[in-house]
Ligand binder design. Sequence first.
Ligand code: GLP
Length: 251
Amino acid sequence: VSKDSVQVAVEASNIVERLYKAKTRPEKACFNLGLATGGTPVLTYQELIKKSRHGSIDFSRIETFNLDEYLGLHPTHDQSYAHFMNHNLFSHVPIPSSSIHIPKGYFPDLEESSLDDVVKKECEEYEKLIVHKGGVDLWLIGIGRNGHIAFNEPGSSKSSRTRIVELTKDTIEANTRFFTDSDCSVPSRAVSVGIGTICEAREILLIATGANKQQALYDMVFGEPEHCPAAWLRGGAPVHVCVDESAFAKL
Ligand code: GLP
């Protein structure tokens, strides 16, 4: 538990560095890092950029896998998660584009009727890619105020995999703040890795800041996973949890 969001970012980035160093000690070994979007990880990305500049993390030895992407937004759209990642991390570190993996959410030439089948195939490919690359070493995740992780909304099953998801009213409302200057509103659907996909990472690093995450964190620890998807983390890989005092208050 840290004093504020800046300290949370420092702690979280130190955990990333420690695990990165342990994994990449053998020459040529690569670190597979799962990444999240949203407001919370922005400061952590700034800390990782500093570590890259100081030479303590070499991004040419990292492959990244993102949790999710809105369905229907072009990767260069200002609210797509691909754009978010470029803006907040990838354009500031020497990572080759071939090492960046983000679920595909833009399928302009498809009829609505064939969309779901094509996306389903893409989702299966994303799962295979993660396995083919040796699995995710550390998945950095945030938490929604309703307890969602990635875009796994309440009701998501423990074994869920990468798939199309419908966003809840609460999540759409929470993410509206990012779309105020945009040419569109929050999409109602997204492509998201599943709870199963996240829990299979070797380790997980959950970060949360601010009073609006108090209930979600409480439910993650004490609640029912059917209502709070983050509670499924209790049965998966080891989870590091970095929170600030205000998010922790209910615990
Ligand atoms: C989105 C993302 C999640 C993220 C959540 C919380 O819904 N899909 O991965 O954890 O927002 O975001 P914030 O950090 O902005 O509260």
